[in-house]
Design a protein around this ligand. Structure first.
Ligand SMILES: [Zn+2]
Length: 199
């Protein structure tokens, strides 16, 4: 039956199918790192007055909240300054002066990049690449927001002491090492399953 398929049929069928994304243990390693960072950082709930001030700087009101980066419908508030860079906390936290409304596309695309570099970049789904018309005005608003409060990174290591701080990150490395070991065991078991299954 398959021999009756033309080349274009075969191409169309391949496009129609998509294998669900497989997950390995190591594909969860950045999630784990993020969890280690997120578990440390303070989360400060804003007052309604602070929310009003933040929205005002961004040129929005509670009824006109949009993604600050591209103007699409916002679905979340994104950390303007990233919390994690190179697998360690930057010292910035979840507080109103570091959060702006964002759409999922922008949040995903921005990742832990610097917002200004990213917004003008050619990164997939970045506002410049998507041709957002009022990008310069958005940059102006976001720059004003960035200056709103004198936000400085918290020096976690200074507060906690070098030893305790480094012990915490060593425990992350231990967990990652165990995951790598488990992954190797799983790879071997899977190979044997495939061999038995194909016979
Ligand atoms: Zn957006």
């Amino acid at each position: 039956m398959t021999s009756a398929l033309s080349e274009s049929d075969r191409a169309a069928l391949r496009t129609a199918f998509q294998m669900p994304a497989g997950q390995t243990m190591m594909s969860r390693s950045s999630t784990l790192t993020n969890a280690f960072v997120a578990s440390l950082i303070p989360v400060i709930e804003p007052t309604p007055e602070e929310i009003a001030e933040a929205l005002g700087i961004l040129g929005m009101s509670p009824t006109t909240v949009r993604c600050a980066y591209c103007g699409d419908t916002s679905s979340e508030w994104d950390h303007l300054r990233p919390l994690v860079v190179k697998r360690r906390p930057t010292g910035f936290i979840s507080e109103i002066a570091n959060l702006v409304p964002s759409c999922g596309k922008c949040n995903q695309s921005k990742g832990n990049k610097h917002w200004l570099k990213w917004i003008r970049s050619n990164a997939p789904l970045a506002p410049a690449r998507r041709g957002v018309a009022d990008i310069e005005q958005r940059i102006e608003r976001l720059s004003a927001f960035e200056k709103w409060r004198d936000v400085q990174p918290i020096e976690f290591e200074k507060i906690l002491g070098r030893d305790e701080y480094h012990a915490y990150w060593a425990s992350l490395e231990q967990v990652l090492d165990s995951m790598r070991e488990c992954q190797q065991i799983a790879n071997d078991l899977k190979r044997r399953i495939i061999e038995a299954h194909i016979r």
